[in-house]
Design a protein around this ligand. Structure first.
Ligand SMILES: *Cc1c(COP(=O)(O)O)cnc(C)c1O
Length: 438
């Protein structure tokens, strides 16, 4: 490992809009130390320019296709993020009542909302039908029956797409592959025609199409091509049986670069070329549900170094963020680049350290044996590519408050989710009547 310069600007610009100005890391035109002073650490910071750019690059790649983007809210459910994308024309893919309510509150038209997920409750189905959303993506016959029952009772017709499982190995982390036959998702593609016939016989169900989603952080186009070909053959097979498939939902899953040293995932244009090649001529409206691709590199988690501990065989940089704030390294062995917020002087030799949080679990480790410029207590570090599956997966483990979220636009910033107070956290609790209050 050589010298450390402000890390790999060619990879972090211009897609990221997190850049060094005079040696200080900025989100667009706002310096991260300034935000840390205003908000306290740790905090998530999102760059509007990156959200916009990623959305526009993806949209441009799809030009000429009858395609609609339904941002997968689960990747980052911050209302300001969703609203920013809504303003650019995005619809939403939601997976819970909470996400449906948030998408509506963020101003996304119900006509642009798809509801996915393998375990929708009666309350969720009812709410979706009450709002007459675009479609529910259905994953099983029992779910079809439930939707039919609720639609009949409320006097509505439910538009559904059947999510098929194409039995494709997406070659991604086993916890985020979803398109293999042993996964819980979708209807086995071999059973799809039978389930279409079954659905056609159910009252108040209108089958509008097919859906699929094979996994997340997919860095190779082959699994997409294989899955989309399978979808294509199913579309034509179903048409011969007089099921007029007019809409296909291809899910999300395109990966993003986390590690500067790793191979770059395919560009949106190459992904779009696979869609054109496999499904461009099938006469269907195409829905896409990108999540990570839009938001991952638009966010950073900013944390402060509490202590530098010289262990027996390693140096530990102990920071004030922890696995409860960003669980990806613990859950998926995920790599996040870690940037010093104040760039080191040129020609500074790196030190190899472990970057860890304060939680009492060995898994509370953000980086193992990572070369970083020397840091001292009080220094700020930024964990990059934390905009997707970051804040949304946070918990208050160790009774640590959820960290605030800040969004930047040019030289402006706003706290768009504030840190709860301890009083608010404790107010959710109560003692049972058989315990005397202290
Ligand atoms: C998770 C998910 C997405 C988004 O996946 P990304 O990898 O973030 O693009 C889209 N659709 C469905 C059904 C999902 O479960």
């Amino acid at each position: 490992m050589g010298e450390i310069s402000p890390p790999s600007p060619q990879r972090f610009e211009p897609m990221h809009h997190f850049t060094y100005h005079d040696g200080i890391l900025h989100a667009e035109d706002v310096s991260l130390p300034r935000l840390a002073d205003e908000v306290g650490t740790p905090f998530y910071c999102y760059a509007t320019a990156t959200l916009e750019r990623h959305y526009q690059v993806f949209t441009a790649a799809l030009a000429g296709l009858p395609a609609h983007i339904h941002y997968a809210v689960k990747a980052n459910a911050n209302m300001a993020v969703v609203r920013t994308l809504a303003d650019l024309g995005a619809g939403a893919d939601v997976v819970s009542e909470g996400e449906l309510r948030l998408a509506l509150a963020a101003g996304i038209s119900p006509k642009r909302i798809v509801f996915s997920g393998v375990g929708k409750t009666a309350a969720e189905i009812t709410l979706a039908l009450d709002h007459d959303i675009l479609q529910l993506n259905v994953e099983s016959e029992p779910e079809l029956e439930a939707i039919s029952r609720i639609a009949v009772a409320s006097g509505r017709v439910a538009r559904v797409a059947l999510r098929v499982n194409p039995d494709i190995d997406a070659s991604t982390h086993h916890k985020i592959t979803t398109g293999r036959k042993e996964n819980k998702f979708g209807i086995a593609w071999t059973q799809a025609p039978a389930v279409f016939r079954y659905a056609a016989g159910l009252p108040c169900i209108e089958v509008v199409g097919l859906a699929t989603h094979i996994g997340s952080q997919i860095t190779d186009l082959h699994p997409f091509r294989d899955a989309f070909r399978r979808v294509r053959s199913l579309v034509f097979q179903l048409r011969t049986e007089n099921f007029p498939i007019r809409r296909i939902d291809l899910g999300g899953g395109l990966g993003v670069p986390y590690d500067n040293d790793a191979a770059l995932p395919p560009q949106p244009a190459a992904y779009a070329a696979v869609i054109r090649e496999t499904l461009g001529d099938c006469g269907c409206e195409i829905l896409l549900e990108p999540g990570r691709l839009i938001v991952a590199n638009a966010g950073m988690l900013v944390t402060r170094v509490l202590y530098v501990k010289e262990g027996a065989s390693r140096t530990f940089v102990i920071v004030d963020a922890a696995m409860n704030d960003l669980v990806r390294p613990t859950l998926y062995d995920a790599f996040h680049a870690i940037l010093p917020v104040v760039a080191p002087p040129p020609h500074t030799a790196p030190r190899v350290v472990d970057v860890v949080g304060p939680v009492c679990e060995t898994g509370d480790t953000f980086a193992t044996q990572r070369p970083l410029p020397p840091v001292r207590a009080g220094a700020l570090l930024a964990l990059a590519s934390a905009g997707a599956y970051g804040a949304v997966m946070a918990s208050s483990y160790n009774l640590r408050p959820l960290v605030p979220e800040v969004i930047v636009k040019g030289g402006r910033f706003a706290v768009v989710r504030r840190r709860p107070s301890y009083a608010e956290m404790l107010a959710l609790e109560s003692l049972p009547p058989w315990l005397t209050p202290p």
